[in-house]
Structures are given as C-alpha cells and as structure tokens.
Design a protein around this ligand. Structure first.
Ligand code: ADP
Ligand code: MG
Length: 654
C-alpha cells in the first residue's frame, strides 16, 4: 500500500495540480469549460477536489460522470483516499443497483446512465452545483444524450457549471456545440513510444500476445510494466493463465528468470480484484485489460504496450433489430491512445499485433459514436418520459440514423410502450421507471397482471438476467470442467433457461445463501448475492410504482413461461433442424447456446423465445431460451405472427 505522504507526493506531481488556479479562474468566468489533457494528467481525480476546495460544495453536489462503472468505483476509492475520508461519506459513488453515497456526500462519482436517470426525477438537477462530464470523447450513448439535454438545462440554470473533459479527439466538437465554449488545456508531458507493427498477419492474437509478453519479460535490460489490450473477459482469462503456465515452465528450466505479476482487468471483475492493478508489486506487472485501460484507468509505470488492435463492441443491426457483441478492429485514434500508455513515465515501446497494411486498410480514423450503432429503444423511452416530443428537433451532437430511430419507435410500439401517435402509453410510462432494458421491464410489469400473477418469480428471473454469468467453469482443468458442466445440468429445468435461473436462485436462498454450497455447485457466490441485492431494488421500484408483488408462490410454472412469451414474443424462433432455429420475423438462423437447458434435449420444441443473441464467430447463439406454444405467440404477438406461426413461411410473407 501507499503511505499518505506518497499519495500527496503523487498528487503534487500531476500536471493538473500545477494549473489549479488557472482552472478555477476559467470555471469562475465561464458556465461551460471543455478541459483537454493527456490521460493520466489528473483530470478525473483532481478537478473535483479543486472545485471542492473552492467552495462549490456549499452550493450543491459536485457530480462526475463516467461512461464505465469500473472507473466510477475505482476513482471514487482513490479520491476518498486522497482526501482521507471514508468512501460513501464526503466522497461517494453511484452506479446502477449500487449506491454508495449519503447525505454527507459532496463529491459524487457516477455512471452517465445514473445522472441521466436522475433527470427523470429532477429535471433541473437542482442538487448539483457543478457537473463534470468525464471521458466525453468516449461518446457513450448516455453521455451524448446528457450533452443534448444540457443545452436547454444550462439556460434554465445559469448557476450550474458544466465541465466536459475530453482527449484531444472531439474537443472542438464539444466547444462548438456549446456556442464556442472555452477550452482549457492541461499541459502534459509524454515520452516517445517506439511502435512496432507485426510483419505478417497474426493468426491467433491470444497466442501471439502471450509470446510477446514472454519475449519482453525475458530480455533482461527491459524495465517497466507490461499492458496488454485484449478483447474481453474470456480472452483475458485465457491469456493470463497461458502466460503463467508458460512462464512456470521456463522458470523450471532457468531459475534466474524472475516471476511476473499477471493481473486481469475487465468491467465485471469484482472490485477488490480490480484494485490490485494499482497496488505495488515486487515483480514486474503484466496487466491484461479490455479497452478500459485506454483512457478510463491509468496505471503508472507501463513501459510496454501489446496491442491486439481489437475490441468487443456492441453492434446493433437495425434491419434485424438485433444487438450483439462483436470483436472488431479498433480505430486509429484508439491505437494511438493505446500506444501512448507506454510513454507516461519514460520512453516506451508498443507492439502492435497487426500489420501496417491492416491498420491502414481496416481501421477507421475515429470510433463511431455509440448513438450511431446501438439500439435506441431505452433512450427513446427515456426521452419520451422527459417530454421530448419531437426527436427530430433534439440537439444531438451526432444524429442517429432515421432508420434506427424509427426501428426503435416501431419496436416500442410493437411492445405496447408507444401509442399510434408515438406518445407513451401507461405501460411505456411504467417501463421507463426501471433502469433495465425495456423488454425486461415489460416482463416485470406483465407478471403483475391477474392473468399471470407471478411477479414474485419474475422479479427473481429479471435480477438473475442482470448479473454476470453465474457458473464457474475452470479454464485449465478438463476434469473440473466436466464436474462444472454436470453441476449445471442438475439445476436445469428442461423446457426453460428462465426457469432454470429461478430454480438456482430459489435453491441458493433455501441453502441460506451459503458460500460453501455455491463453491460445491460451481456457482459464483458474489454474483448470486448481487442478484439478491438487485432483486430487492427492483421490488422497491415496483412498490414505488404501485406494482404488486405476489405473496404466494406460483404453483404453475407454465404460467411463467407464458409470461416470458408475452414479453419476448418479438424474439420468437421456430425449429429448423437439430440445434438450429430460425428467427420468425427476420428468417435469420440461430443456434441454441451450449449452456442452454434445451441443448442436448432429445426432442426440441417447435417454438422458443430467447432473451438475447450472442455472436460467437459467425454463429448467432440464442442466450436464455424458453419453450413456448405456437398459440401463445399468436395471442401475444398478434399481427406479427398469426400467418407465420400457422405455417406460411417467412419468404412467402415478404
Ligand atoms: P486522467 O483522468 O487525467 O486520465 P486520473 O486523475 O485518472 O487522470 O489519474 C491521475 C493519476 O492518479 C494517475 O497517475 C493514476 O495512476 C493515479 N490513480 C488514479 N486512480 C488510482 C487508484 N485507484 N490507485 C492508485 N493510483 C491511481
Ligand atoms: Mg480520467
């Protein structure tokens, strides 16, 4: 751990620290300031403290938004340490389903999604004196919408200060959006970074990254920690264990080889494990990260960056109205940002696991803002409840395509959230109250109807669908993998993954939330505990909105499946051939996910509905599937299905 004196010394060495007075002056004289500074210059950790010291805390909260949950938590922790206060008191954070702030809180870190939801309760954000929209260059959907809302809000609240922080990229765009807002540049210092491209295309980026890590580590003169940019959790876990395994073997042969502290970091990693990347280590560190480490989190002392050139990106196909995570090339701007991580404390080296030609031909200059590649249902629902009537007049920083707006509106109309005039229905109004995706909130609301009367169970399923995967599947050990698979099978309810989730949760509760029991059954104890916290919060929101929670257990679980169908009918699919289904509306082929309860069943049902689609390689997998009856699809899907489900193929129908 670091001592208090260490922390103060680190603070004072930050570029932001040196320009404190100038910064405060610019904020005093302007309502909106765009702050530009290198990653690691102290924007996120220092600016809020400057405002705090200057007395803004007396006028209201100092709020800082982050596009990523990980960053909100980690930075709040750091700032509370720097200020020597308890986290949750003067310095707190709030992310979805987890609020660590109190009446004492003056500096509040939160995700941009949380602030956006707060505008539903308090249109003018009266309790804030300053808002820092951090990492605005990331152009997350929620940040973009907030920026649009601020345009009017700032005119209503002349006393509110808005500070937008951005990497150089996009800074001018923000300035001109707010009528040539003042820019404040934090002068930074960076060291040169040598960039090495791969000379041939890389076949297996995990394998190549592992090799490169070892090459760097074994060349004795190389000082500095290593940062690897990987795609996502799975790849990160495999990379980490392969590095450890291969280094172990090498060290058996040569005892002079030093150990390496291998540390993963991704958004769903538990907070205590995340914090380890900042801790001091006796040995060289090798951090294997998602693009979290591009700008949100800065680790000092990185001398080597190994860049796969890839990231996982949520991609939305408006034509099929389908969202999926895909591994895609990063943009050139991101590649430079990644390389820059090696030159913060001294000259560094960046190894790119792609060729120069690939960079020139396959990478876009800049990333596409999320608003132009995502499902807008949630956003539109929210804007409608904020009484934004005409979306074509909303001040978007970058406009989403007409197609994606109309698809989302159509989708919301199909779900009964909008009426024929495009206004919110009562159902839509209620749906917007829940901080979850629209179909899930609809699922919850439907379950309270007399017809289904199973909200007690459905709220559990919704909570279980909102947590990271619950099954532990050891990476390296075939024997343990088998055991974990057969443990999963024990919980399966043959006709439905939704009911399987319910079953697991019920058993978890009846075993007194016991951690040993979870370990024994290869279940993530932390995730299940999280599900029960989320469940409580959902129950609270239901109460606040006068939605009844059933008291008695639902006797007939078929009713729950029928309710799944009523909520997810747009995700209906029909049996094609073994293991293969066909999405009813688009005709697209989809496979059962290998972890599904239906996978490996003798007779597969004719119709199913699914929760979401995951793309693995070229295959679309349906994730969380329930068996449904054709007549249910007709009943709840109405105009969408009556013909198709009765046997007219989708081809003829087009
Ligand atoms: P910026 O927002 O400009 O990118 P930050 O304010 O996040 O910069 O970081 C400033 C410095 O504080 C960096 O050197 C970083 O390493 C350090 N820092 C940030 N968070 C932590 C933490 N949780 N633990 C230790 N050091 C941290
Ligand atoms: Mg920052």
């Amino acid at each position: 751990r670091y001592s208090r004196a260490d922390i103060q010394r680190q603070r004072q060495a930050l570029p932001a620290y040196k320009v404190r007075e100038q910064f405060l002056k610019v904020v005093r004289e302007n309502q909106v300031v765009v702050v530009i500074g290198e990653t690691g210059s102290g924007k996120t950790t220092q600016l809020p403290q400057f405002l705090y010291g200057e007395g803004y805390k007396e006028r209201g909260l100092i709020g800082i938004t982050q596009p990523r949950r990980v960053a909100a938590v980690s930075v709040a922790q750091r700032v509370s340490e720097e200020m020597n206060v308890k986290l949750g008191e003067e310095v707190g954070f709030s992310i979805r389903f987890e609020d660590r702030s109190s009446s004492k809180t003056r500096i509040k870190f939160m995700t941009d999604g949380i602030l956006l939801r707060e505008t539903l309760q308090d249109e003018d954000l009266d309790k804030y004196s300053c808002i820092i929209m951090d990492e605005a260059h990331e152009r997350s959907l929620n940040t973009d919408i907030l920026i649009g809302l601020f345009k009017k809000l700032l005119a209503r609240r002349r006393d509110l200060k808005l500070i937008v922080t951005s990497a150089t990229l996009n800074a001018d765009k923000f300035s001109s959006f707010f009528g040539n807002a003042e820019q404040f540049i934090i002068p930074g210092r960076t060291y040169p970074v040598d960039i090495m491209f791969s000379s041939v295309p890389v076949m297996d980026y995990v394998e190549e990254a592992v090799k490169q890590v070892l090459r760097v580590h074994l060349s004795a003169e190389n000082k500095g920690d290593i940062l690897v940019f990987m795609t996502g959790q799975e790849d990160i876990e495999v990379t980490c264990s392969q590095i450890e395994e291969e280094l172990d073997n090498l060290r058996k042969l040569d005892e002079t080889i030093k150990p390496l502290q291998v540390l993963p970091i991704y958004s769903t990693l538990p907070a205590d494990l995340q914090a380890r990347i900042f801790e001091r280590s006796e040995y060289r560190k090798c951090i294997v990260a998602t693009n979290i480490a591009e700008t949100s989190l800065t680790v000092d002392g990185i001398g080597f960056v190994i860049d796969t050139g890839l990231m996982k990106l949520k991609v939305y196909n408006a034509r099929l109205s389908m969202e999926s995570l895909q591994i895609t090339p990063i943009s050139l701007a991101q590649a430079n940002q990644r390389a820059g991580r090696a030159g913060r404390t001294g000259p560094g080296t960046c190894y790119r696991l792609y060729t120069l030609t690939a960079a020139q031909t396959e990478m876009l200059p800049e990333p596409i803002p999320e608003i132009q590649r995502t499902n807008l249902e949630n956003t539109i629902l929210l804007l409608k409840s904020l009484k934004v009537k005409d979306l074509s007049r909303f001040p978007f920083l970058d406009r989403p395509s007409i197609e994606s707006i109309s698809t989302a509106q159509y989708q919301l109309w199909s779900e009964g959230a909008l009426d024929n005039f495009g206004d919110l229905t009562l159902l839509g109004e209620r749906m917007s109250r829940f901080p979850i995706e629209p179909t899930l909130s609809k699922f919850l609301i439907l379950s309270t109807l007399d017809r289904f009367h199973c909200s007690k169970e459905v709220v559990t399923i919704v909570a279980m669908l909102s947590i990271p995967p619950i099954f532990v599947r050891p990476n390296n050990d075939m024997g343990l993998q088998k055991k974990s698979d057969s443990s999963r099978e024990k919980f399966q309810v043959a006709e439905s993954d939704h009911l399987t989730l319910l079953n697991i949760y019920d058993q978890f509760m009846s075993h007194g939330r016991n951690e040993k029991w979870c370990q024994h059954n290869f279940l993530q104890h932390k995730s299940l505990r999280r599900a029960s916290e989320i469940r409580e919060q959902l129950v609270q929101i239901m109460k606040n909105n006068k939605l009844d929670l059933t008291v008695q257990d639902c006797e007939d679980w078929n009713l729950i499946r029928e309710c799944v169908c009523a909520a997810f009918f747009l995700n209906g699919a029909s049996f094609k051939k073994y293991g293969q289904y066909q999405h009813l509306r688009s005709g697209l082929e989809m496979a059962l996910h290998p972890t599904s309860a239906l996978y490996g069943m003798g007779d597969l049902p004719k119709y199913v509905v699914y929760h979401e689609v995951i793309l693995s390689g070229r295959v679309q997998h349906m994730n969380y599937v329930s068996t449904v009856k054709g007549e249910w699809l007709i009943e709840y899907g109405g105009v969408f299905y009556s013909k198709r489900v009765r046997g007219v193929s989708s081809k003829e129908h087009q």
